[in-house]
Design a protein around this ligand. Structure first.
Ligand SMILES: [Zn+2]
Ligand SMILES: [Zn+2]
Length: 135
């Protein structure tokens, strides 16, 4: 989203946007944001500063590192972005939003805190029941 500094009124501005995750180039091999990414933000300016309070809502479709099942986790990310600006500037916040979303990705996605993973012998998903292999 591009913000024209001179169009931001003294009392600030509220904006809503929807982003297509494909457009934002967000996919990691094991993490795919679901469509759409919803942004709501409050934009304010003070002197030579532009302040954007952004809230992003989206889902992350991930593959569990333990059991390999795909699951979707709803996410809410809030960020305050600050820019030093001149009155004639146009500020593109898209790349900073992209960074905030990528920072929210878990290092190791797990479908549930106590995921039991797969049996190393037969490959059975142990969340669905125990197999007959002897440990
Ligand atoms: Zn799992
Ligand atoms: Zn087994």
């Amino acid at each position: 989203m591009k913000i024209r500094v001179h169009q931001v009124p003294a009392e600030g501005l509220t904006e809503q946007r929807r982003y297509d995750p494909e457009e934002m180039d967000l996919a990691r091999f094991d993490v795919h944001p679901t469509d759409p990414i919803a942004l709501s933000c409050f934009i304010a300016k003070a002197d030579r500063e532009l302040i954007v309070q952004a809230t992003l809502r989206y889902g992350l479709q991930m593959a569990c590192a333990k059991c390999l099942e795909t699951f979707v986790s709803p996410m809410t990310t809030a960020a305050t972005l600050n820019y030093h600006v001149a009155p004639t500037d146009v500020v593109d916040i898209t790349d900073d939003l992209r960074q905030e979303i990528i920072l929210s990705y878990p290092m190791i996605p797990v479908c549930q805190p106590d995921c039991r993973g797969l049996c190393v012998r037969c490959g059975q998903n142990r969340n669905h029941g125990l197999c007959s292999c002897v440990e």
